[in-house]
Design a protein around this ligand. Structure first.
Ligand code: SF4
Length: 503
């Protein structure tokens, strides 16, 4: 993607892929609840937004590039008739950055209409696309969502909805949380390892499926539960409930731990854990593992805030050596020493090195009185390329900090994500070929420490094998060409399309 001057916009940090939603109501049009829910999920994708509804007779669709607020006008929402629908906000992962990959993907075929919203990334989409293309399917995009739609459409010609979804799940391999409309029936599907989140909520007059519970809160609904890994949930057409089908059983899950650390809203509940509390507890653990006694501890806003608050709390109870504090020892002072310019978008153009170096000054302004003459611990959730951390340490030292210690509320990112997070390549990741001490020197910090993977598992109350830790271990829970796996897993053979004679 280039701007008008031919420069390549540079995205900083990591970006989440997508947010999905599906709603089935009793009589009321679904378009506005879907629109508000997408607003609540805007942090999960800013490239495009779309809604597909069905009024019992026909499907209606409106999909635009841009933010939710810009993508829909009053007239667009008025035209989206029907009490059932799905929505999507997208940040491009698989597929090109243009409207052909914006979602929901919709298609009409012999046995009805289909809409699909996908959060995640398939690792065997090309194999299935080749097989379907050889069988005569014509594709309009290079995205993996269209592959799922075509596979499902083909199955639906021969079998009922539940069996069709089951057989598609048996062929696709990778990460997916889907909301699907089949005419005016709304479905939710979570991949057998539950990599991406998806939850069910109850509204006053219907039910909702959403990537995060914050979308349910926005509609004054109640979180019912997470969709289980390998489960198909079918919302009833009258808005009176839902049916559940456990289509695939899997021994272990592979929840993306970065949802808790970085992507999800802090006010969302994912896999039964409030994200804000998880981040605070990760911060507490960070103090236990690598606390350092400094005059102040401060977050990088907003990403480091919950970690820093937990870290400072733990620091007020015990010393860095793990001993209880004396009554007159207040521990480390928590301070907001960095102010964020909220009007700097996630993507901005920085064509020259000089401008890139100014980026952190554009985003963050230090409060000198909090920093000058002090020893400082600054807390963030990740280091990707190291550029921002280097600038940040320099900024704090320029402000008069005597020492700058950096603490990170997650393990070091050493490898890319194939499950849909835009995280940078191995060559760009500073930790892919540098030790923690080397990174400390590269960013000119007085000390640097990351949280351990064991601490992440302990805080999230999961066995390590039930988490995806691919980007911090280099071993993945899916069968990805050229990469190691952390479990016994292999992609399905999609060459032979004999439908199993089961069920
Ligand atoms: S590789 Fe990292 S970011 Fe990607 S799904 Fe796994 S834990 Fe999440």
């Amino acid at each position: 993607m280039t701007d008008g001057r031919g420069e390549t916009p540079r995205r900083t940090g990591m970006t989440e892929k997508c947010g999905v939603v599906g709603v089935s109501l009793n009589g009321r049009d679904a378009a506005r609840p879907l629109y508000y829910a997408l607003y609540a999920l805007q942090h999960r994708g800013q490239e495009s937004a779309g809604i597909v509804t069905h009024d019992g007779f026909q499907q209606h669709s409106h999909v635009e590039m841009g933010l939710v607020g810009d993508a829909f006008g009053e007239d667009d929402l008025d035209a989206l008739n029907g009490a059932a629908g799905i929505g999507h906000v997208r940040y491009p992962t698989a597929g090109s950055v243009d409207s052909s990959c914006a979602q929901p993907f919709s298609v009409s075929f012999k046995s009805g209409s289909l809409g699909l919203s996908h959060n995640g990334n398939l690792v065997n989409a090309d194999e299935i696309r080749d097989e379907l293309a050889a069988a005569g399917h014509a594709f309009t995009s290079d995205g993996d969502t269209e592959v799922i739609a075509h596979d499902l459409a083909r199955n639906l010609l021969e079998e009922d909805l539940v069996r069709a979804v089951k057989h598609t799940m048996g062929r696709i391999h990778g990460s997916y949380s889907l909301t699907i409309s089949h005419d005016d029936t709304i479905l939710g599907v979570r991949d057998p390892q539950g990599n991406r989140p998806l939850c069910i909520g109850e509204l006053e007059d219907g039910y909702i499926l959403a990537s995060e519970s914050a979308a349910i809160d926005t509609l004054d609904g109640d979180l019912v539960r997470d969709v289980r890994p390998g489960e198909l949930v079918v919302l009833r057409d009258d808005g009176q409930g839902f049916d559940s089908y456990q289509l695939v059983e899997n021994e272990n899950t592979a929840h993306c731990f970065f949802e808790h650390v970085y992507f999800a809203r802090p006010d969302s509940v994912i896999d039964e854990t409030l994200v804000y509390e998880a981040r605070r507890n990760l911060g507490r653990k960070l103090w236990e593992e690598s606390g350092v006694e400094t005059d102040v501890v401060m977050p990088v806003p907003d990403s480091g805030r919950a970690f820093a608050s937990g870290y400072a709390d733990a620091a007020s109870e015990t010393t860095a050596d793990g001993e209880p504090r004396d009554a007159d020892d207040d521990g480390v002072e928590f301070a907001e020493g960095l102010m964020k310019n909220r009007y700097v978008g996630r993507t901005f153009i920085m064509p020259t090195q000089d401008e890139r170096e100014r980026a952190v000054r554009l985003k963050l302004n230090p409060i000198k009185s909090t920093i000058e003459g002090k020893t400082v611990t600054v807390i963030d959730d990740s280091i990707v390329r190291g550029t921002t951390s280097t600038q940040l340490v320099q900024l704090l030292k320029d402000c008069g900090a005597e020492e700058v210690h950096v603490r990170i509320g997650a393990p070091a990112i050493v490898a890319p994500c194939y499950m849909g997070i835009d995280m940078a390549t191995r060559e760009e990741l500073i930790a892919s070929d540098k030790s923690t001490d080397e990174i400390r020197d590269a960013i000119s910090a007085d000390s640097l420490a990351y949280l351990s993977t064991d601490a992440v598992a302990e805080v999230l109350d999961e066995e390590r094998i039930d988490l995806c830790l691919g980007c911090v271990t280099g071993e993945y829970p899916y069968d990805i060409e050229g990469e190691a796996t952390d479990r016994d897993v292999s992609r399905p053979d999609v060459g032979d399309r004999q439908l199993p004679a089961d069920d």
